[in-house]
Design a protein around this ligand. Sequence first.
Ligand code: HEC
Length: 229
Amino acid sequence: MTFKHFILGLSITFALPWFFVIAVPYAKMSQTQAVSFVEDIDEQTGVYTTKRAGRVLDGAKVYGAEGCYLCHSQLVRPTYAGSDVWRLDWAGDANHPDGDTRRETNVYDYAGERFAQIGLTRTGPDLSNVGVRIRKYAKEAEISPEEWAYMHLYNPRHKLTTSWSVCPSSTQLFRTCDVQGQGSLEALSVDSIKDGEQLIPKESARALVSYLLSLKKDNKVPASIDYSR
Ligand code: HEC
């Protein structure tokens, strides 16, 4: 093998995966066209949109900045590549009032987000439909979904959440301040806070919680891009 062959081989070894794993998907996904419902098949008309704006998208930035994607994926894999669709409440809600909403992820699920947070590892559960689960946990604990989410962020091992959790606590998203008047309605009831002080979520925590609660894929998808089996 000559040096020329070696360099050529090395270049091809890197160029081919780069082309198929980066260049082709990027070109395909950055040119997504709006998909319309077909009346005869979908029983509705109009364009398929995922309504997400404002604070939810700010929350997506906090999600990225806090590194949640290091342990959490947001990708319900196609059934030929994994069993995600059948994992309890991962792919949707099997008992949704409108019927079974479980489905695979499609590219529109990340609409409006700067980065598609598909995640690096699955140390923690997939969060594609964590909004569905948080509402269930909150109902069981008889608190609001927001309260459950704040509790989980402040202390994932709080008695109202999961005592054994290894999800890191994000105390940096909260601040303590003196109680004024009746105190903040958003104040978290945590024992470690001194009398006369209250613990309240910062704007970043509010955005992140709005984002987490928005993660529920229960809107109707046009049959042409609905890959649920
Ligand atoms: C070190 C890895 C790790 C990081 C980083 C991490 N998590 Fe977790 N997370 C976990 C694990 C493991 C669980 C499962 C245990 C549990 O339910 O608390 C979990 C659970 C959760 C749950 C409950 C999910 C469910 O269905 O019960 C939520 C919500 C959550 N994490 C949000 C976040 C957010 C938001 C961030 C970023 C601020 C984050 N996590 C960062 C590991 C991590």
